[in-house]
Design a protein around this ligand. Structure first.
Ligand code: SF4
Ligand code: SF4
Length: 426
């Protein structure tokens, strides 16, 4: 008798089955991992157009499987609740523990009613606040409604920790995140901070070159049409499908976790795959690794000088002067490439260098700014303060007097003398 065919989708706990119900999302976060390039300021778009399986097709296909995964089946997208049959399929799947990821914009009461009517509940769920697309109040209302609805046994609420990545933040982002943290604490909603997974091995998630590598994976990723892939990159690119859930008898078996296979697309992999613990790589020397190294600086390459300076200001404001310095140098490099020499950038650099303890370079940058026409009292005063500390006042004066009238310089120096004298009087 021939041995019974192995069911093609691995079910062990480490394997995570993910149903991407749709490629669409009603938000467009620039740090979304489902972007071909994670370029700051560039919005996410759907990664493709699909004839999405209907709820009935999902239910008929998955309920007919003779096995169930040990780990919950994750319903995701895009935003999975945009699928027209989301509540139907979630409430009709039999024998699956369910998980979902959602930005919490769906009608929670309606989905909860449908699930309850069929005696169902999500085991877990994962909801991240995206501050450019929803007010903190609205998200918190939804989070509390979900928590109290019984729809999910153990929901997880979170925010993305972008402290080291001001490239993806602006004032609205920062204000909303701060407000949400304050309100959540006050209202007793427990939340966590998620690691930002946009950089790896010192490179951005930019898909700009590919290598050959051995890969192993414990993902069972099912695209909106039911095609099965073992990584998100191949899912979004529709490459190397193993088969389709609606025709599981003709699906090739997915390799088990730990079973390495050759792939020539390494470098385009999504960072989530790599760092989640459900995927790993083996190089030509036999080293097994995940791409965990981080370097926030790589994102500056795609940004314009004005945006880079905004990044530097955010770093400076949070006391990260070394990163502010690096960002300002990058902005200056780009301005020079464009044939401009912006004195304001040099003035910012001068102040930042002072904070990093590089006083000589600070003075040079401030004097360069003044030479380039930045003659505000603040900049001239800063140059004089640094020059006094270094014993280089005459040198500084020579530069300043080329651009600032002598009486103005005297006025600024007198003001500095008063400031210097004040602590002695108090
Ligand atoms: S809500 Fe999620 S899926 Fe949608 S764009 Fe933002 S990060 Fe991407
Ligand atoms: S190496 Fe990257 S692109 Fe290739 S299968 Fe693995 S995760 Fe996917």
């Amino acid at each position: 008798m021939p041995a019974p065919a192995r069911f093609p989708l691995p079910t062990a706990e480490i394997h995570v089955w993910v149903a991407y119900l749709t490629a669409r999302c009603n938000f467009a976060c620039d740090y979304c991992i489902q972007k071909p390039q994670m370029v700051p300021g560039q919005r996410r778009k759907p990664w493709g157009r699909y004839q999405e399986l209907t709820g009935r097709q999902w239910v008929d296909a998955l309920n007919a499987f003779p096995v169930r995964p040990e780990h919950p089946l994750i319903l995701t997208g895009g935003e999975p609740s945009l699928h027209k049959d989301f509540a139907f399929l979630a409430s009709r799947l039999e024998g699956y523990q369910l998980d979902m990821t959602s930005n919490l914009t769906f009608d929670i009461d309606a989905v909860a009613r449908e699930m309850k009517a069929h005696g169902k509940q999500f085991a877990t769920s994962f909801h991240t606040y995206h501050p450019k697309f929803l007010t903190p109040e609205k998200w918190l209302d939804q989070a509390e409604r979900l928590r109290d609805s019984g729809l999910v046994a153990a929901p997880v609420f979170s925010m993305v920790n972008l402290e080291r990545f001001p490239h993806f933040r602006d004032d609205e982002h920062d204000q909303n995140v701060a407000r949400l943290a304050q309100l959540a604490d006050r209202r007793g909603l427990v939340y966590q901070w998620n690691e930002f997974r946009g950089t790896h091995m010192g490179e951005a998630f930019n898909r700009d070159h590919k290598y050959r590598i051995d890969c192993t994976s414990a993902w069972v990723n099912i695209d909106p049409e039911g095609n099965v892939h073992n990584c998100q990159y191949h899912l979004t690119e529709r490459k190397h499908a193993f088969g389709n859930v609606t025709d599981i008898g003709n699906c090739r078996p997915l390799p088990a976790m730990g079973e390495f296979f050759a792939c020539t697309d390494f470098g385009y992999c999504d960072p989530c795959h790599e760092n989640s613990g459900h995927g790993a790589f083996r190089d030509q020397q036999g080293n097994i690794f995940r791409r965990t190294a981080n370097d926030a600086r790589v994102y500056l390459q795609w940004m314009q000088p004005a945006a880079i300076k905004a990044v530097a200001r955010r770093y400076f404001a949070q006391g990260d002067h070394r990163e502010a310095e690096h960002a300002l140098l990058a902005a200056i490099g780009k301005e020079r490439d464009a044939g401009t020499d912006n004195g304001e950038t040099w003035a910012d650099l001068g102040v930042t260098l002072y904070e990093t303890g590089k006083r000589k370079q600070s003075l040079a940058a401030l004097l360069h700014a003044i030479d380039a026409g930045v003659t505000r009292t603040e900049t001239v005063g800063s140059a004089l303060v640094v020059a006094r500390e270094l014993g280089l006042v005459e040198h500084a004066r020579q530069t300043i007097l080329r651009h600032v009238p002598a009486q103005n310089l005297e006025r600024i120096e007198r003001a500095l003398d008063v400031v210097r004298a004040e602590p002695a009087r108090s």
